[in-house]
Design a protein around this ligand. Structure first.
Ligand SMILES: Nc1ncnc2c1ncn2[C@@H]1O[C@H](COP(=O)(O)OP(=O)(O)O)[C@@H](O)[C@H]1O
Ligand SMILES: [Mg+2]
Length: 231
């Protein structure tokens, strides 16, 4: 079953601070991702991989084309959806593990991970228990759970971010370089978690700098080089 249909998507950035100069990124992007699919976005640095992912998540406006997402049995065009619909989609349908954790001071790591579980209606206790399991699996020492990730190392922050992204099952999961600063053991755990999600039916779109990780996780790739616009 198709979960994401990207049709004719184009994007450029207008740099207001620099005399309105325009940076054309991509044009005419077409991509379809189905249940249980894992597709890698590829192409050189700067080609527009993260930009496309942010448009699918509704973080960046999509000025051209359609981004259809199957949400609660209906197709929603993220490019035209209102902010309320985007909030619903992010709670129920699309998970996004960005490259960096947006750390909020004073919010403990355990709470960062438990939040999406509670947002789906689970009790405080249940949410914390599930969050503990994830932090344990990703080898975050229990002594850190009650602290804000502000002072954590890059790799620890990334693992908290991953734990949060996997806290509830999403029909669609976006992964932007999730394993970039992890050691081999944790990288293998993340590959395992991605694979479990995929086998459970999640449609996965990923960006993986490491070719081995990409090959381990994804069965096909969408090379954005073909959609690159010269700027
Ligand atoms: N918020 C932004 N404002 C201006 N330019 C941006 C912004 N985000 C990305 N870009 C530009 O868009 C292009 C693609 O960036 P990105 O999607 O991050 O590439 P990739 O993830 O493939 O390395 C780059 O030239 C980048 O500088
Ligand atoms: Mg990127």
């Amino acid at each position: 079953m198709d979960m994401v249909r990207v049709r004719g998507v184009g994007k450029s950035f207008k740099l207001h601070a620099q005399g309105g100069a325009e940076i054309a990124v991509v044009g005419g992007v077409d991509m379809t991702v189905a249940t249980g699919d894992a597709i890698a976005l590829t192409g050189a640095s700067g080609v527009g991989k993260s930009t496309l992912m942010r448009m699918i998540f509704g973080n960046y406006l999509c000025p051209e084309g359609e981004i259809l997402v199957r949400h609660g049995g209906c197709w929603v065009d993220v490019a035209r959806a209102d902010p309320r619909a985007i909030i619903d989609i992010r709670r129920e349908t699309i998970g996004y593990i960005s490259q960096f954790l947006r750390v909020i001071p004073r919010v403990p790591a355990l709470e960062v991970v438990a939040e999406p579980i509670r947002m789906r209606g689970a009790s405080e206790g249940e949410s914390r228990e599930r969050a503990s399991e994830l932090l344990t699996r990703l080898r975050i020492p229990e002594t850190l759970w009650s602290l804000s990730p502000v002072t954590f190392s890059g790799g620890e922050q990334q693992r908290v971010n991953i734990a949060r992204g996997f806290a509830v099952p999403y029909p669609i999961l976006l992964l932007d370089e999730p394993t970039a600063s992890l050691d081999k053991e944790n990288r293998d755990t993340v590959i395992e978690m991605i694979d479990e999600a995929r086998r459970g039916g999640t449609a996965i779109i990923g960006i993986f700098h490491d070719g081995n990780v990409r090959a381990a996780v994804c069965e096909r790739a969408c090379d954005l080089t073909q959609y690159r616009l010269a700027s």
